[in-house]
Design a protein around this ligand. Sequence first.
Ligand code: CA
Length: 228
Amino acid sequence: MAKSRIFIVEDEEDITTLLHYHLTREGYSVSTAAHGEDAIKQIPNQMPNLVLLDLMLPGLDGLEVCRALKQSSKTVGIPIIMLTAKGEESDIVAGLELGADDYVTKPFSIKVLIARVRSLLRRRRNPPADTEATIQTHDLVINPGRHEVLLKGKRLDMTFSELRILHFLASRPGWVMTREQIVDAVRGTDYAVTDRAVDVQIVGIRKKLAQRADYIETVRGVGYRFKE
Ligand code: CA
């Protein structure tokens, strides 16, 4: 099998060196750029399988790089993991909404980062279920066609919006979804769900999941994630 190619955009040399060393040892082929401008030039030529993108870059910053990559039809499909600092929640939200797939907060453990890389490359090979597919995960069965949620075989009484939100999150376990992404996923159905209403819906879903409420994790300042 061909090596997966990872492109690192990071201006801090010691982090680049560390990542380069460990990712190469894991069997990935690694390229790097220290500047956003350089990254935007090189990535469309190299077409890596995944980009690790630092948000705080001199000149063109990470969010602008993310926007440029997601605006081009050539590079839109390349998954991006953002490298962020603590306290950059609003940038994380912006990046996720621009189409970045995941993020890791510095200082990160190299083990965690490699696990995220692996998981994202794997997810890319298994695209998420469509909006009508039945999802079976942990002890939950979510069947949108029959408008049915079963927990350990027992039917839970969910509203239409609750079921849609639960289905959307459960179709991508481990992915952090911003409120806006959740709204977008549920929109197009007849129900108007606003940003803030998402929080209310989540409270309702958790209440019904009862002892399994922790299947839906809150990611502070960013959004929600279904337990992997
Ligand atoms: Ca930086």
